[in-house]
Design a protein around this ligand. Structure first.
Ligand SMILES: O=C(CO)[C@@H](O)[C@H](O)COP(=O)(O)O
Length: 232
C-alpha cells in the first residue's frame, strides 16, 4: 500500500468502465482520479490496453503535469487533465474518450442542442463544442493547450463547469469530469447517449425543435434539487 493506492484504485476501476460501456476501443481514451490534499492525480498509462491494466500501473502526476510516481508513461492527454485540475478546483475525476457520436459532433465542430428531457436532466445548456485551436495555440503543446481550449470555451459561453460536466473539443473528441472519477465516467456515458439521440433526432427531422426553455430548467431541477443524488 502507498499513499496513492486509493486514487490508483479509483482510477483503475473508472478506466475499466470505459470498454464495458462501449465508450472506447483498443487504447482510446483515459480516466484520472485526483487527491487534492496530496495535490496529485492517478492516470491511465499511455498505450496500455485496458485488459492489461492494474491499479499499480496508474501513474501519479502533480497538477503541473510532473510525474510523481510510476514507471510507465502517463496518458498523452495528461497535461489536459493537469490544467483542468489546476484551474477547476471542484473536480476530482476526468474522462477522455473517443466515443463515436460525441466525437462525430466534435469533428463537426457543433454544440449538441437540447432536444429533450434526457439532455435537460443533466445540464440546462447545449453540450458545448470548444472551437478548434487557433494558430497561436497550435504552436504550443497540444494537450496543454487543449485544457485552455476547454476553459476558454466555458468562459466565453458563460458556462459553469459544475453544472455542465462535459465538453466536445473541436476536431478532437469529448472530455467529461465530476466530483469523483466514477461520476466523470457516468457523465461520459450520458454525453455519448445524448449525442446519439441528438444525431438520430436530426436524421428523423432536420429542423427538430429544441426543448422549450421553460421546461429545461424544470427538468434539471427535478433531478438536481435539494437532497438529489445527482449532485454528488
Ligand atoms: O486523444 C487521443 C488521441 O487523439 C488519446 O486520448 C488516445 O485516444 C489515448 O492516448 P493514451 O492515453 O493511450 O496516451
Amino acid at each position: 500500500m502507498s499513499k496513492y493506492t486509493h486514487i490508483q484504485q479509483a482510477a483503475y476501476e473508472a478506466n475499466m468502465q470505459l470498454p464495458k460501456l462501449n465508450l472506447v476501443i483498443f487504447t482510446f481514451g483515459n480516466v484520472s482520479a485526483a487527491d487534492r490534499d496530496l495535490g496529485v492525480f492517478a492516470i491511465k498509462p499511455s498505450g496500455v490496453p485496458y485488459e492489461d491494466l492494474t491499479p499499480a500501473k496508474m501513474v501519479i502526476v502533480d497538477f503541473e503535469g510532473k510525474i510523481v510516481d510510476g514507471n510507465l508513461r502517463p496518458s498523452s492527454d495528461t497535461l489536459t487533465h493537469a490544467v483542468l485540475y489546476k484551474h477547476w478546483d471542484k473536480i476530482n475525476g476526468i474522462v477522455h474518450t473517443h466515443s463515436t457520436y460525441a466525437t462525430a459532433w466534435a469533428q463537426a465542430q457543433r454544440d449538441i442542442p437540447i432536444f429533450g428531457t434526457t439532455h435537460a436532466d443533466y445540464t440546462t445548456n447545449d453540450i458545448p463544442c470548444a472551437p478548434p485551436m487557433d494558430d497561436e495555440m497550435i504552436k504550443g503543446d497540444y494537450e496543454y493547450q487543449t485544457g485552455f481550449q476547454i476553459m476558454n470555451c466555458f468562459k466565453d459561453k458563460g458556462l459553469s463547469y459544475e453544472e455542465t460536466e462535459m465538453v466536445l473539443v473541436g476536431n478532437h473528441a469529448p472530455f467529461s469530469w465530476g466530483k469523483t472519477a466514477a461520476k466523470a465516467v457516468y457523465n461520459s456515458a450520458v454525453c455519448e447517449a445524448v449525442a446519439k439521440m441528438a444525431f438520430l433526432t436530426e436524421q428523423i427531422r432536420h429542423d427538430s425543435p429544441r426543448l422549450k426553455d421553460s421546461l429545461i430548467q424544470k427538468h434539471f431541477e427535478r433531478k438536481h434539487g435539494p437532497n438529489s443524488y445527482y449532485g454528488q
